[in-house]
Design a protein around this ligand. Structure first.
Ligand code: C2O
Ligand code: CU
Length: 460
């Protein structure tokens, strides 16, 4: 190829030669070419003392071509992967250089909610550090994530999260999970509302329905490509967007198998037509790619009050470069955690939720809304009595969905986040095991949580 032509192509795409190496990191690629999905950087961890994982995480403004006021963790958006191991103790020093108060929530970890644990009552002022420290007991393996969770400063968390303060956590399993070898990718799904090169403070409508951005980003880039070289592609997805719901399906209508939700392996793999991720949720899928032609994972619009997109479009290109050998089979069973026993539930509760209110009340961090007996289990009927969807998230304790609108659940999964359509009544079984202390249940449309759509649980 004539080098001048090549240069002209690059200039036409708005990139000089010197910027080529940044293509993956910035999301800019040659016209017609999709950027490769960037691998996430990993947060360095010091394991010189056995059983202890030490790390330092700084949140600060980040220079990026995406927007002029991005924030990043450890100089990166999305934040670096925090790779942990079941059974170890984490000692993480969080340093806040964002210019406003902040803190950290470890979404999905089942750890001590008090003291220096996953305690959202902690406030770290601008310029200060705080050392989080807690044990990571077995049962925490899987994909989780971290983000700010500050109360009493309405809007700060929602604004910071949209500006880029999101990062994945992967807790490695002590035992192999039995799934066949695969190209294993973590996908951080996020969106940003950018106007004139800036992310603005949310507006009235954002506070009402939750804020969706028009820029859809996967590991920080738009419409990436994944080259698959093994017979299976394993995607671990986390929805870190403030309010966007994601429905993803292969454009060739080929097979897609769900193996985990919210970090926990399902009891058995389940073929599905599409991936559904409400805000906060995670899903893991296995996709057989051996001998399969290239396809796209299509983004399908989700109809809810406040959704921005109305048409389907290709979000991620999958390009198999795999010989047409048969893919090894998936195991028929995955995990055997004890099923929730409704007969053993100590108590049932009705929990109506509506815009900003849980059980008719706005958040008050000094009040306990749900006193529960430590070690007991309960069945809650979450009732969406509102006109819009609300994704409900529980800190510290996982739950099983038992029945939706009276119909028993067919899938066995352990969750920390689930969506409720208007009018839905969802029975969930919660085991308040392992920890005592105060924790939260809230809507994960972050603008709702920020305005007080949260309630306090205390296990004592
Ligand atoms: Cu990811 Cu309390 O939230
Ligand atoms: Cu909500």
């Amino acid at each position: 190829m004539d080098p001048r032509l090549k240069r002209r192509d690059l200039l036409a795409a708005g990139i000089g030669f010197g910027a080529l190496g940044l293509a993956g990191a910035t999301g800019f690629a040659r016209a017609g070419e999709r950027p490769d999905l960037p691998a996430l950087p990993e947060l360095p961890i010091d394991r010189s003392e056995p059983g202890l994982a030490r790390a330092h995480l700084v949140a600060a403004p980040l220079a990026s071509p995406l927007a002029g006021n991005l924030l990043g963790y450890a100089g990166s958006y999305p934040g670096p992967l925090l790779r942990l191991r079941e059974g170890e103790r984490l000692q993480l020093t969080f340093e806040n250089r964002t210019g406003a108060a902040g803190n950290l929530h470890y979404h999905g970890l089942s750890v001590d909610p008090g003291g220096r644990g996953d305690n959202p009552w902690i406030v770290v002022p601008q310029g200060e550090r705080f050392r989080y420290e807690f044990d990571l007991p077995p049962g925490n393996a899987g994909l989780h994530w971290y983000h700010p969770h500050l109360h009493g400063h309405v809007g700060l968390s929602a604004f910071a999260q949209m500006r880029g303060l999101v990062g994945p956590i992967l807790v490695e399993r002590a035992e192999p999970d039995g799934l066949p070898p695969a190209d294993d990718r973590i996908l951080v799904l996020h969106d940003m509302a950018i106007a004139d090169g800036q992310i603005r403070w949310p507006r009235l409508n954002d506070w009402v329905v939750g804020r969706e951005g028009t820029r859809l980003l996967v590991n920080g880039v738009q419409r990436p490509r994944i080259t698959a070289r093994r017979a299976w592609l394993r995607l671990r997805l986390v929805n870190t967007a403030n309010a966007r719901y994601w429905r993803l399906a292969p454009s060739d209508a080929g097979p897609l198998v769900l193996v985990a939700q919210d970090g926990s392996l399902l009891a058995a793999p389940e073929p599905i037509d599409e991936i559904f991720l409400p805000p906060g949720a995670r899903a893991e899928v296995m996709i057989p790619v051996a001998g399969r032609a290239g396809f796209d994972l299509m983004y399908r619009p989700y109809a809810r009050m406040g959704s921005v997109h109305t048409a389907e479009f290709p979000l991620i290109e999958v390009r198999p470069e795999t010989p047409a050998t048969a893919a090894p089979e998936l195991p028929s069973r995955l995990a055997d955690w004890p099923r929730f026993d409704p007969a053993a539930a100590a108590r049932r509760r009705e929990v109506p939720i509506a815009m900003l209110a849980i059980c008719g009340r706005l958040y008050d961090g000094s009040r306990v809304d749900f006193p529960v007996a430590a070690g007991s289990s309960e069945i809650w009927t979450l009732r969406n009595v509102d006109l819009m969807d609300h994704p409900v998230h529980l800190h510290s304790w996982r739950f099983e969905a038992l029945a939706l609108n009276g119909a028993p659940a067919t899938r066995r999964a352990r969750l920390d986040t689930c969506n409720l359509r208007p009018g839905d009544a969802l029975d969930i079984g919660i085991r308040f095991d392992r920890f005592r202390g105060r924790s939260l249940v809230h809507c994960h449309i972050v603008e709702h949580a920020d305005q007080g759509m949260m309630a306090v649980i205390e296990a004592a």
